[in-house]
Design a protein around this ligand. Structure first.
Ligand SMILES: O=C(O)Cc1cc(O)ccc1O
Ligand SMILES: [Fe+2]
Length: 430
């Protein structure tokens, strides 16, 4: 396998062609595109969105994507959409042990998707879903198009290869991939693989403002990598699975959707290696808010109150003096869904396993388990590296509703609340 080529920079205006002369120069839509190609525009924002938020790309392809078959419904009962597909959210903290990848049945990226929590309303373009995807089979002559939202994929076990209309990307655990709304892709695996997915129905993810941090730091724009144009040459039909308004549809078409010979623009799949995240933390005292770990944010219409923040807890030094260093006990207006890619999470060193998940919804109290509290309250405060660890959080202003799958079929940790039971009343009256 040869190493893939990428182009660097979040939101850049990229130009790429797989065949010399395919990309029009000086205009987007010449009377005749070179090499017999068709021009097609994909808009990821309203035409009139402000320049900083405007996303669109021009695709030059062998056939326009309108050449396809008629859609019929497709059954995938575990792929859910919006708050309406969840059950009443109990006000308890919830945690799940890792769900193994099943071996008996063939599961690709589409059939292996298991929605865990949902909020919002896809028709109102608000909210998101957090899914697990359990994969043991590559998509072959099959592509997926999600008109409901962009997808942020967080591989947890196994490397994933994404063939997209705009080219090919590979990602392994520690890296993440952002797939824009409406762009066709398929996922190839080498063996049993598991990933977390954020499906974002709202405003597209962007880099957070840096405020007093300045012009550098956190996720730097150049570390986001876009693919170069690549097209499939092999003949034969394709099945397209399309998610549209919370319903899945399928069709058959004679050609491949991966027929884009050249493209330019700023709407593109991206990958990002979290090892490149420039982490900031306290160098004096106190535990800062986790917003310092924001990689990407999907804003809502209320300033500072995200539809979804993607936050990571990467390897970092803990040096704060006279401080309880792990997260504090807290209740949060925002709702917190977490996963663990590898290693240990400092607030729950034993109970939260790689591949597991937790849900601390709006105003649900949570914090370090009794063991972590005991340890951190008594540890010598020498500089200490939290190493070989990567947890993440999808944080949303909208309360998450677990799905029936999450509460009935997944590995719910029925004893989760016990992890705080030993936090006894230690008050001593002076
Ligand atoms: O609850 C959690 O584990 C996530 C979290 C981490 C942190 O450092 C501060 C607040 C917070 O919600
Ligand atoms: Fe929290």
């Amino acid at each position: 396998m040869t190493a893939l080529t990428y182009q660097s920079g979040f939101g850049n205006q990229f130009s790429t062609q797989a065949v010399a002369g395919a990309l029009p120069q000086g205009r987007n839509s010449p009377q005749q595109v070179a090499l017999g190609l068709y021009a097609e525009l994909v808009s990821g924002s309203a035409f009139t969105a402000p320049r900083a938020e405007n996303r669109r790309s021009w695709l030059y392809r062998r056939q326009p994507s309108v050449v396809t078959g008629a859609y019929v419904p497709y059954e995938q009962p575990y792929f859910k959409t919006g708050a309406k597909d969840g059950v009443a959210a109990p006000p308890d903290p919830l945690r799940w042990h890792p769900t193994p990848v099943p071996q008996g049945e063939h599961l690709d990226f589409v059939d292996g998707l298991r929605t865990v929590v949902v909020n919002g309303d896809v028709d109102a373009q608000t909210g998101m879903a957090a899914h697990l995807v359990l994969i043991n089979r590559s998509m072959q002559r099959r592509a997926f198009v999600n008109a409901d939202g962009e997808m942020l994929v967080v591989p947890q076990e196994g490397a994933l290869r994404f063939v997209t209309e705009m080219g090919v990307l590979e990602a392994q655990p520690g890296e993440v991939v952002l797939l824009p709304r409406g762009i066709a892709f398929k996922v190839e695996v080498q063996g049993a693989s598991r990933a977390y997915v954020c499906e974002n129905y709202g405003a597209p993810f962007r880099l957070p403002e840096l405020g007093p941090i300045g012009s550098n730091g956190l996720a730097n724009p150049r570390d986001f990598l876009a693919p170069v144009a690549a097209y499939e040459d092999s003949a034969g039909g394709y099945e397209i699975i399309k998610k549209y308004g919370g319903t899945l549809w399928r069709n058959s078409q004679a050609g491949t959707p991966f027929n884009v010979v050249a493209w330019h623009g700023n709407l593109t799949p991206l990958k990002y290696d979290t090892a490149n995240f420039m982490t900031i933390g306290s160098i004096s005292f106190d535990h800062p808010d986790p917003s310092i770990f924001t990689v990407l944010t999907s804003p809502s219409d209320t300033p500072g109150t995200a539809n979804c923040d993607f936050v990571i807890f990467p390897p970092r030094w803990m040096v704060a003096e006279d401080t309880f260093r792990p997260p504090w006990y807290h209740r949060n207006l925002m709702s917190e869904f977490m996963g663990l890619v590898y290693g240990q999470y400092d607030a729950k060193p034993e109970g939260f396993k790689p591949g597991g998940m937790s849900l601390h919804n709006c105003m649900v109290p949570h914090g370090p388990d009794a063991e972590a509290f005991e340890k951190a309250s008594n540890a010598p405060l020498a500089p200490h590296k939290l190493d070989n660890t990567l947890a993440f959080m999808f944080e949303s202003r909208w309360r998450f509703h677990p799905t029936a799958f999450a509460l009935q079929d997944a590995e719910v940790d029925r004893a989760y609340a016990d992890c705080w039971a030993n936090l006894s009343d230690r008050f001593t009256q002076p």
